[in-house]
Design a protein around this ligand. Structure first.
Ligand code: ADP
Ligand code: MG
Length: 322
């Protein structure tokens, strides 16, 4: 594996949590209804199994190549991305810095296929028994990039970052059952019922979830649904606000500020909202191609959006006792 390749890999996978994000997004793109994530004790090992469409042997071999993607076929597709991934870099990048075993089977294939790539080099491949779907087992993450490994935090902190990423993705897709475990703990298990309140119950507990207020609104090109917790449930951290745009979990400061605005003085200093917002907007107004890690989207018409979010939150909270 050339150095160039490892440097490029570092942009996509900075830490175990970023590898996990790519793997779970691939499962979602494959139409999975159930996804199981296992995090190794040292957080240098991840296993993501799904019941998605799987790959035939040829795709299983090709998916590790750089720019191998089945999702964008023409330049025009780039403007209307319906999938979470589209660059074809993630598996190449992860397999460049880890020992990766892929086991996959499509529904119509008589048997499954296994491919193992270590540090970017093909190590093994061949038919293997497998259930329908795909499982990717990445071990020894960053084994050949000591510089990057030194930037990692403690195993516990890296594991928590993994859980946080999985949580955001689970919230973005209430219709998918997502489970996250490590050796002796179950960190998350969402039911896949399609109901955001059920996901919130899994993430924040049944009591808080049952008290969240529904919000809804429409303005310009934007449609909004969501749940917001009454102000007495507000937290000391900003990590309990989730924003989902067209099924993609994103970070957006302006939307976060609009949520706070909607609280209109109901929040004490140093306290932040607990809420989840689901925005639907014409994909032409969303630019997901801003950053290689795709954490951010750019939304046009953001004045409409700010007003919509602030007003919807404010309206939902009016039913809260003062
Ligand atoms: P991208 O997601 O940008 O296409 P990736 O490197 O993440 O690039 O994946 C490369 C290709 O491998 C995908 O386009 C897809 O065809 C295939 N693939 C990866 N993970 C899965 C999965 N869990 N199930 C089915 N196909 C997958
Ligand atoms: Mg991908």
């Amino acid at each position: 594996p050339e150095l160039v390749h490892q440097i490029a890999a570092g942009e996509v996978v900075q830490r175990p949590a970023s590898a996990l994000k790519e793997l779970v997004e691939n499962s979602l793109d494959a139409g999975a209804r159930r996804i199981a994530v296992q995090i190794g004790e040292m957080a240098d090992e991840l296993r993501v199994s799904d019941d998605g469409e799987g790959m035939d042997p040829e795709d299983a071999r090709l998916c590790f190549r750089r720019h191998a993607t089945s999702k964008v076929r023409t330049l025009a597709d780039l403007d209307r991305i319906g999938t979470l991934g589209f660059r074809g870099e993630a598996l190449a990048a992860i397999s460049a810095i880890a020992d990766v075993e892929l086991l996959t089977k499509t529904a119509h294939a008589p048997s499954g296929y296994r491919v193992r790539v270590v540090g970017g080099a093909l190590a093994e491949e061949g038919p293997a028994p497998a259930p329908d779907g795909t499982s990717v087992w990445a071990r020894r993450l960053f084994f050949n990039t000591p510089a990057r490994r030194r930037f990692l935090k403690s195993a516990g902190a890296e594991r928590r970052a993994c859980v946080q990423i999985a949580t955001g993705l689970a919230i973005a897709r209430p219709d998918v059952a997502l489970e996250v475990r490590s050796k002796d703990a179950e960190h998350l298990a969402t039911p896949g019922s399609g109901d955001a309140r059920d996901v919130m119950a899994a993430v924040l507990g049944v009591e808080l979830a049952s008290q969240m207020l529904a919000l809804e609104g429409e303005r310009g090109p934007f449609r909004l649904r969501g749940l917001v917790a009454p102000s007495r449930w507000s937290r000391r951290s900003r990590d309990h606000l989730w924003i989902v745009v067209n099924g993609r979990w994103v970070e957006d400061r302006s939307i976060a500020a609009a949520v706070v605005r909607g609280f209109e003085g109901r929040l004490d200093a140093g306290r932040f909202p607990v809420a989840v917002l689901y925005l639907e907007v014409d994909p032409d107004l969303v630019d997901v191609n801003v950053h290689p890690a795709k954490w951010h989207v750019r939304l046009r018409d953001d004045r409409d959006l700010f007003a919509l979010v602030a007003a919807s939150v404010e309206r939902a909270l009016r039913s809260e006792p003062p």
